[in-house]
Design a protein around this ligand. Structure first.
Ligand code: F6P
Length: 470
């Protein structure tokens, strides 16, 4: 079996100080790589004036190879083009994009730098899998160094409609760089069809079937590979965690009140402010629930050098103070806000105790929190998932209460509906969703992408072909 080389922007070597891999990408890639020998290459998260030698760490059959980044690269590539242009535009927020040529140069420079460091490590039959928006030009940079390997790309975040994409300076250059990959994977059909419309209408690619494409001498393919979770593993983790001291402490602190929980990186795409506004509307419209519910928002800080992230932090803190000031009582805090990172075990424990999971992003590629919330539930007394129609997960989890996150009245009503939902309906909805999680378990995701990448001719709509065989 050829070696798998995975490349992503950030790589965290698991150890005792990093028990929880941060973010959905890390969890998914780790699960995909656990099954075979391979290399995981990327940024260490550290900055250095001189990049120095690569850091190499072995964990089981997986070799982690990390490089530091120059501070200027960190500013222009990570804080600049990746997170102030690509991130907002791919999340449909053209209004937040802040473009500069210097940042775009930095983005290209870091992709060249990654290729330069990776190139001597590669063998001709390695299969390469590049992850996410930070590394769109990486295949181009590797091809320029003579690597003819099969290279796949997976976009973990949304692909917006062509009209939004064309608002991005250098969009055609970036999309052409994507055509250097043999296979480009998306989370949902909606993302793949947005990309397809861009390819055919903006840059004039030809396609016989919406899966195989031809553009200026390049042949490449597009597929849909929704990221899943380890459904049974996470269920067991939550079941175990329920017996911990932390679980006992949480139960005691709730004093019998129903818990609703949101767990999101502090990011404007997650819709946290809209969610809190919806919760406020709920408290306004349904006073009968006062002192009978507690909302817990867990939001570790993120990308804090970027002004929009500082703004969202201030906006969330202000809403928390406002809601507690307006509705709280000496013996009841309606909204708890926690900014610390938590272990996966603690998150699973909180989810299992919650009557409601609030997953209401304004736009999200998939959102694994939604899937983990379902996986964490007690089959005999499950909680209810309230899910944004704009999360990729909504295409699979129709047992959730699906809402428009911009509509605070809809969220307020959904919270009331969820709190009143009879056990029979909760169980039926949960059963359907858990079956979806099992059918699309994370252990199928990596192999299905790699199989599609390495075996031309196989159907690329893996989800539908896989679902037929279940
Ligand atoms: O899922 C999107 C993503 O940007 C991943 O690529 C990344 O691992 C995660 O969010 C966390 O983001 P960051 O590395 O910027 O903290």
């Amino acid at each position: 079996m050829p070696r798998l080389v995975v490349i992503s922007n950030r790589v965290v070597v698991p150890d005792d100080t990093h028990p929880a891999a941060p973010g959905g990408l890390a969890v998914a890639v780790e699960a995909a790589m656990r099954q075979r020998d391979g290399i995981w290459f990327g940024w260490s998260g550290e900055k250095a004036e001189e990049p120095g030698p690569l850091t190499i760490a072995q964990r089981g059959n997986l070799t982690y190879i990390l490089t530091d980044l120059h501070p200027q690269d960190f500013d222009e590539y990570y804080n600049g083009f990746a997170n102030r242009v690509l991130w907002p535009i791919l999340h449909y927020r053209v209004d937040l994009a802040e473009f500069s040529e210097a940042d775009f140069d930095g983005y290209r420079r870091v992709n060249e730098f990654f290729a330069e460091r990776l190139s001597p490590l590669l063998e001709p039959d390695d299969v390469l899998w590049v992850h996410d928006y930070h590394l769109i030009p990486l295949a181009l940079a590797l091809r320029a160094r003579g690597h003819a390997n099969r290279i796949g790309f997976f976009l973990h975040i949304p692909m917006p409609p062509a009209d939004l994409l064309t608002a991005m300076p250098h969009h055609a250059e970036l999309i052409r760089a994507l055509t250097e990959y043999n296979l480009i994977g998306f989370q949902t059909e909606n993302d793949a069809s947005n990309f397809s419309r861009y390819l055919t209408r903006v840059v004039g690619a030809a396609t016989p079937d919406g899966r195989r494409y031809h553009l200026e001498g390049q042949h490449f393919r597009v597929g849909v590979f929704p990221v899943g979770v380890d459904a049974e593993g996470f269920r067991q983790l939550a079941e175990r965690a329920e017996r911990s001291q932390a679980a006992e402490d949480l139960r005691e602190s709730l004093g019998g009140r129903a818990l609703m929980v949101g767990v999101d990186r502090l990011d404007y795409s997650k819709g946290i402010v809209n969610r809190l506004d919806g919760y406020e509307r709920f408290l306004e419209r349904f006073p009968e629930w006062h002192n009978r519910v507690t909302c817990l928002q867990i939001s570790p800080g993120s990308r804090q050098d970027i002004p929009e992230y500082a703004d969202i932090e201030a906006a969330v803190s202000a809403r928390v103070g406002h809601i507690n000031g307006r509705f709280g009582a000496v013996s009841w805090v309606p909204l708890r806000y926690v900014g610390r990172n938590h272990s996966r075990e603690d998150i699973a424990m909180v989810m299992r105790q919650a009557r409601i999971g609030l997953v209401t992003p304004l736009r999200d590629g998939m959102n694994l929190v939604a899937k983990e919330f379902v996986a964490a539930q007690d089959l005999d007394d499950p909680g209810v998932l309230i899910l944004s129609q704009f999360a990729g997960a909504a295409a699979e989890l129709d047992g959730a209460l699906i809402i428009n996150p911009h509509d605070r009245d809809a969220l307020a009503s959904a919270i009331d509906t969820a709190l009143r939902m009879p056990l029979g309906e909760r169980k039926a909805r949960h059963r359907d969703m858990f079956a979806v999680l099992q059918a699309n378990d994370i252990r199928f995701w990596g192999p299905s992408f790699i199989e599609a990448l390495t075996r031309p001719g196989r159907t690329l709509n893996w989800l539908s072909s896989h679902a037929l065989s279940h």
